[in-house]
Design a protein around this ligand. Structure first.
Ligand code: SF4
Length: 228
């Protein structure tokens, strides 16, 4: 039986969504959170039109064998999909590596998917108590930080990402977040700028970022700033 997943879009070819590999990116429909800076708001609703069904995706991927290395499930929040594990198993059976972009909304579902994932990019948006202001969802911070612990304890290759919402530049939130991630055991961290970046006429955010990169570079194996 085909996995039941709601595909909202497809990027046939990407060199930036799975480190070092050429990947197709499959955007899965639906997300339980409502971040103000969401990069794909059209994927938030669970009700939207289906872009392609599973047999169509499988037929597309069969044609790409030998041309692509990996398939990345992105969103939306891919762990929302009830058949994500079955979908990952099918992708691996076709000979592709599997990747996932997640905000960690559903720790138990992430735990079930991890044995079938070769690489995960996990968004950590803030310290747990600061999440509801960003996601408009109670207890979202706890879910994301439990997901972080699960990912760090798994053998899956991964990258932790922070999206640089302007609120993170207030009240020392960003340095406190980096310190907490270091203490949690994160090694590979990317700071991702919004697209377009927020106004910074005095250059204060730029200066704070430069200080952070200098101050924390010794605490992570990789600490990068990723622009839009
Ligand atoms: S968790 Fe990600 S997909 Fe969901 S609303 Fe926030 S930014 Fe958008």
């Amino acid at each position: 039986m085909s996995p039941t997943i709601h595909i909202g879009g497809l990027q046939a070819f990407s060199s930036i969504d799975y480190p070092g590999e050429l990947a197709a990116v499959v955007f899965l429909q639906g997300c339980p959170w409502r971040c103000g800076y969401c990069h794909n708001p059209e994927l938030q609703s669970r009700q939207a039109e289906v872009y392609m069904d599973w047999p169509q995706l499988e037929a597309f991927l069969q044609q790409r064998r030998g041309l692509l290395d990996a398939v990345v499930f992105s969103g939306g929040e891919p762990t929302l999909q009830p058949s994500l594990v079955q979908a990952l198993q099918s992708i691996q059976a076709m000979g592709f590596k599997t990747g996932l972009h997640s905000a960690g909304c559903y720790p138990e579902r992430l735990a079930a998917a991890l044995p079938h994932l070769n690489w995960v990019g996990l968004d950590i948006k803030a310290l747990p108590q600061d999440y509801p202001a960003l996601t408009t969802t109670p207890r979202s911070g706890k879910a994301a930080w439990v997901s972080l612990q699960l990912l760090l304890a798994s053998p899956s290759a991964h990258e932790i990402r922070i999206t640089l919402d302007p609120s993170l530049f207030e009240q020392e939130r960003l340095p406190r977040l980096l310190q907490a991630l270091h203490q949690a055991g994160v090694n590979n961290l990317a700071l991702q700028q919004l697209n377009p970046p927020p106004a910074d006429p005095q250059g204060q955010q730029k200066a704070q970022l430069q200080r952070l990169l200098n101050d924390f570079s010794g605490q992570f194996s990789q600490l990068i700033l990723r622009g839009p």
